[in-house]
Design a binder for this molecule. Structure first.
Ligand SMILES: C[S@@+](CC[C@H](N)C(=O)[O-])C[C@H]1O[C@@H](n2cnc3c(N)ncnc32)[C@H](O)[C@@H]1O
Length: 314
């Protein structure tokens, strides 16, 4: 599928709300740390001046190629680099700016990744059990985990990253099956999951197990927790950070980090006066997480579970 046909199916989630909250100055520097197909950068480019600098980062080489092509037509200063947002303090040297007025993190995977069977992210398509965002640098595939982890490691992974109640049963079924034959494809794994889950919950269980593997393959939660303080450190004062999360595990990490930075002080509540001396670094822009409108969910079902939080650097 070429970039043009992909463009027609990719709709950036909550783009209106993100552009509204992120564009504090129209000639500033903006950074999308999960550029994907460049949907949010394109939306941003329409609300800023031509002199604004737009930058992007994505782990996925194919996404970087597609997004760069789409953006070069609308913003001559745009630069998109293949890298992990975890390494942003190093990557930033390759941009023309090292402080930003707006930064976006749109977590999870893109429709390009989900719809490409060969990437192995979807249980609706048959493909190799890969699931790496970065196929060049990523060391472990989902097949490595499914065939290499012990039964209890698999059960913990499905419970912790998929919040799946039948995790032990599914892990046992995987281990039984792999003693006969290695599990290398999404359809093989799907058959095992279906045979060990209750008919009424099959679709949810499939999504949870695939989500758990994807999170583990790409160290998604650790990356997020590690990167957030560095991301805040490259915001201009008054600059904003918007984070779109799609499940409670990642949203919890974002929410807790924001709460801590908004509060500043980390002294135990029993102390009558502050002794840590830590000051707030962030101010909440959105009091609670914003949700997509019903109209957006109808036109873009991928937006269904999105939660948007926005903060401003003090
Ligand atoms: C939901 S998509 C972003 C879609 C994008 N906002 C758009 O409108 O086209 C998430 C993207 O984040 C990328 N990604 C995931 N983890 C990453 C990381 N640690 N560093 C950089 N990019 C990452 C994925 O490769 C994927 O392209």
């Amino acid at each position: 599928m070429g970039p043009t046909s992909r463009d027609s199916v990719h709709l950036p989630v909550m783009a209106e709300e993100i552009v509204h909250h992120l564009t504090v100055v129209t000639d500033g520097a903006y950074l999308d740390l999960t550029a994907g197909l460049g949907g949010h950068l394109l939306a941003l480019s329409k609300s800023v001046d031509e002199s604004a600098r737009l930058y992007g980062v994505d782990k996925d080489g194919e996404a970087v190629r597609v997004a760069s092509k789409r953006l070069e037509k609308v913003n001559q200063h745009c630069k998109i680099i293949q890298s992990s947002y975890v390494d942003i303090l190093d990557t930033v040297a390759q941009f023309g700016d090292d402080r930003f007025d707006g930064i976006l993190l749109d977590l999870g995977l893109s429709s390009l990744q989900l719809d490409t069977a060969a990437r192995g992210f979807s249980h609706n398509e048959d493909g190799p059990l890969d699931m790496r965002f970065d196929q060049e640098k990523g060391l472990r595939t989902a097949a490595d985990l499914v065939n290499g982890l012990s039964q209890s490691q698999l059960a913990n992974l499905f419970r912790d990253y998929g919040e799946e109640r039948r995790s032990a049963r599914i892990a046992a079924a995987i281990v039984r099956e792999r003693q006969k034959e290695m599990i290398l494809t999404t359809s093989h794994l799907k058959t095992i999951i279906l045979s060990s889950s209750a008919p009424a919950h099959q679709k949810k269980t499939l999504s949870r197990i695939f989500q758990a593997l994807r999170i583990a393959v790409n160290s998604e939660l650790d990356s997020l927790a590690e990167a957030l303080p560095n991301i805040v450190s490259i915001l201009n004062s008054g600059g904003r950070l918007a984070v779109l999360a799609y499940h409670s595990l990642e949203d919890r990490i974002v929410k807790r980090f924001f709460q801590q930075q908004i509060k500043g002080c980390i002294c135990p509540p029993r102390l009558p006066v502050c002794i840590c001396g830590k000051l707030p670094t962030l101010r909440a822009v959105t009091r609670k997480a914003l949700l997509p409108s019903q109209t957006e969910i109808e036109s873009n079902p991928r937006a269904r579970s999105a939660r948007l939080r926005v903060v401003e650097r003090i």
